[in-house]
Write a protein that binds this ligand. Structure first.
Ligand code: R5P
Length: 292
C-alpha cells in the first residue's frame, strides 16, 4: 500500500503512513496564475494499491479538483487499486433533490470519482452514508464520535450528558453515551429548505445542573450549534462542551459558539483547524488494514 498525500490532508496522510508503517509518495501541487490546479505524483504507482488522502473542506471546488487530478493520474500510471480517503466529503449534504431542478451534488461527486479510477471511498461521519453508497463505488463510512467521546472521558468527563442535533441525529449522542455513560438526548432542530436557517423547537432536556457535551458531524457556519448551546443553557445546563468531527468553522464560528455559552469547542483532524485536537488516523488505518 502506498499513501499519496493530497494538498489538504498532508499531516493526516503522514500520521496514516506512520500508523500503517507504509510508504508515502509526495504529490507536488501548485496553482497556475489563472487559478487552475496542477498536480504531479512524484514516484511510480504502477500496479500499486494506492491510498489518496484528501479532505474536501473549503475551498471544496479546488480540493475536489485536486482529488480528481491525483486519482486520475494514479489511474493513468496503472495503479491497481485506488482508495480515496476523503475524511470530510464535500457536497454530501446535498444528498437528494430537495427542490425541483436542483443538482444531486453528492451523486455527481461519487460518479466523477469513479470516472477518475477510484475503486473505493473511505469517509468519516458522512451526512448520509447510504446515499453515498448507492452509486456503484464501495463506500466505507467510519465514525469518529467514539474518539471524541474518549477524548472527553480521558479528561475526566465521564457521566456528562451526550447531546446531538435532531431526532435523526440521536444515534450520534447514543454512540457517545456508550463511552461517557451519562445518558443522551437530542435537541429538536428544523431547517428551512429555502433559507437554510435552523430553528430549535421546544423540547425539554434533562440537563439542569449537569455538564453536557454536544456531538455533531459538522460545524460549518456554527448557526445550528450556537442555537443548540444557548438552548441547553436555557434548560439549565451547568457547562456545555462541543465536539464535532469536521470543524469547517466558517466566519469565526468557534468564537460565536463560545459567545453563545460553550466552554470549549473541539474537533478532529478530518479538517485541519485551530481546534483539531483529536486525530482520526487510527480509525482510518484500521479500516484500511481490514481492506476498508
Ligand atoms: C446538520 O444536519 C448537521 O448535523 C450540522 O448540524 C449542520 O450541518 C451544521 O451546519 P451549520 O454549522 O452551518 O449550522
Amino acid at each position: 500500500m502506498i499513501i499519496l498525500p493530497g494538498p489538504s490532508s498532508q499531516e493526516l496522510a503522514n500520521r496514516l503512513a506512520v500508523e500503517l508503517r507504509t510508504r508515502l509518495i509526495p504529490v507536488f501541487f501548485k496553482r497556475f496564475p489563472d487559478g487552475e490546479s496542477y498536480i504531479r505524483i512524484e514516484g511510480d504507482v504502477k500496479d500499486e494499491d494506492v491510498v489518496v488522502v484528501q479532505t474536501t473542506s473549503p475551498p471544496q471546488d479546488e480540493r475536489m479538483m485536486q482529488l480528481f487530478l491525483i486519482t486520475s493520474a494514479a489511474r493513468d500510471q496503472g495503479a491497481q487499486k485506488i482508495t480515496a480517503v476523503v475524511p470530510y466529503f464535500g457536497y454530501s449534504r446535498q444528498d437528494k433533490v430537495f427542490l425541483k431542478g436542483e443538482a444531486f451534488s453528492a451523486k455527481t461527486i461519487v460518479e466523477l470519482l469513479k470516472t477518475c479510477g477510484v475503486t473505493q471511498i473511505v469517509t468519516l461521519d458522512a451526512h448520509n452514508p447510504s446515499t453515498l453508497s448507492s452509486f456503484n463505488v464501495p463506500v466505507k463510512d467510519l465514525s469518529a464520535i467514539p474518539l471524541l467521546a474518549r477524548y472527553f472521558k480521558d479528561l475526566g468527563f465521564a457521566n456528562a450528558v451526550s447531546l446531538s442535533m435532531g431526532k435523526k441525529g440521536a444515534g450520534t449522542a447514543e454512540e457517545a453515551a456508550k463511552i461517557l455513560l451519562g445518558g443522551y438526548d437530542y435537541v429538536s432542530t428544523r431547517r428551512n429548505r429555502y433559507t437554510g436557517e435552523v430553528t430549535i423547537e421546544e423540547k425539554p432536556l434533562e440537563v439542569r445542573g449537569k455538564v453536557v457535551i454536544f456531538f455533531d458531524d459538522i460545524i460549518s457556519s456554527g448557526g445550528t450549534m450556537i442555537k443548540a448551546v444557548a438552548y441547553a443553557k436555557k434548560q439549565g445546563a451547568l457547562k456545555v462542551y462541543v465536539a464535532c468531527v469536521h470543524p469547517l468553522l466558517m466566519a469565526n464560528a468557534k468564537e460565536k459558539i463560545i459567545e453563545s455559552g460553550a466552554d470549549e469547542v473541539v474537533g478532529t483532524d478530518s479538517v485541519p483547524s485551530q481546534i483539531s485536537v483529536v486525530s482520526v488516523a487510527s480509525i482510518i488505518a484500521e479500516a484500511l488494514t481490514q481492506g476498508a
